[in-house]
Design a protein around this ligand. Structure first.
Ligand code: NDP
Length: 286
């Protein structure tokens, strides 16, 4: 029987998720339909779309820009949230809470939210062979993407984290908020500074800013060094990666993170484990 999935966003036409999930289904040998779902940019419409989808027999949904926070609110009021979604304050994966359904909870009240973005990053970095256990990591950016990866990075065993952002008080506020939300996040383990002031030797530096969209470049100090540089953006020239490649670092864009977070959603919905390396090769060959 065909299992139905959607990705909800606005805009949504550009989404690569149907192509990615179709490859996952082929690798797993299951029959799925995965469609792009446009939604007007308001909370009532998102709630209506989600409810209609699950009432109609849908198995799982991804949520993308600009709905990740609204989807979080939707799940708080219904079937609950995973620890990663709670700490991220955002949901990218929706499914039904089977325990609630067994207790007779109506479908509309059993919609549950998870967030696989951060673990998708950690899995990609690990697949590259870049060590995270005991690593000194610098994360640049304090927006939604940075917020979602801090807990998974700490769970992966990094030794210390420096969070740098153009606007320093956003970085310090984020650390205060996350350490209050999760017992795993120790405020003392995270230093904050402005991006201009980020200096020193790190194992890994991750760019989680949206600067690549503007074509501008980050002000990076000559005294900033790393073995591995990761930019969450993909699909364009990334001056951040070029800067560190010239200094001898290994580099990666965020395409593998995109596939990694999708694989975790798929696994959550279907129970099938994905060979992400093989899928990434297949997509890059297209
Ligand atoms: P947000 O808008 O929430 O945050 C943007 C961040 O970028 C802020 O920290 C902001 O700093 C900083 N920033 C923006 N412009 C500049 C600039 N000119 N100079 C310095 N800092 C700047 O965006 P998101 O966190 O949602 O997304 C960040 C990036 O991550 C995007 O490029 C997105 O495409 C990518 N991403 C990739 C994913 C993947 O699967 N590969 C998944 C999710 C996101 P300030 O606080 O000072 O404004």
């Amino acid at each position: 029987m065909t299992q139905h999935f959607i990705v909800i966003g606005n805009p949504i036409a550009h989404s690569k998720s149907p192509e990615i999930h179709t490859l996952f289904a082929a690798q797993s040998g299951i029959d799925i339909s995965y469609q792009r779902q446009y939604c007007p940019d308001d909370a009532a419409s998102l709630n209506a779309v989600i409810e209609a989808f699950f009432q109609g027999g849908g198995v799982g949904a991804n949520v993308t820009v600009p709905f990740k926070q609204v989807a979080y609110d939707c799940c708080v009021a219904r079937g609950g949230l995973s620890e990663h979604a709670k700490v991220a304050g955002a949901v990218n994966t929706l499914l039904l809470n089977q325990a609630l359904l067994k207790n007779g909870t109506p479908i509309a009240q059993a919609i549950y939210g998870d967030n696989t973005d951060g673990q998708g990053l950690v899995n990609h970095i690990t697949s590259l062979g870049w060590p995270l256990m005991g690593a000194r990591v610098a994360l640049i950016g304090a927006g939604g993407a940075a917020r979602g990866v801090i807990l998974p990075l700490i769970e992966a065993g990094i030794a210390e984290l420096t969070l740098a952002n153009r606007t320093l008080n956003k970085a310090t506020a984020l650390v205060t908020e996350l350490s209050a939300a999760s017992a795993t996040i120790n405020k003392q383990q995270i230093k904050t500074c402005t991006t201009d002031d980020l200096k020193g030797d790190f194992d890994t530096i991750i760019n989680a800013t949206s600067i690549g969209l503007s074509g501008d470049t980050l002000p990076l100090s000559d005294e900033l060094k790393c073995h591995y540089a990761y930019d969450m953006m993909y699909g364009r020239e990334l001056p951040f990666l070029q800067h560190f490649a010239v200094c001898g670092a290994q580099t990666s864009d965020g395409y593998g993170m995109l596939i990694g977070q999708a694989a975790l959603s798929f696994e959550r919905w279907t129970g099938h484990t994905i060979d992400v390396v093989q899928i990434t090769k297949a997509l890059q060959a297209h």
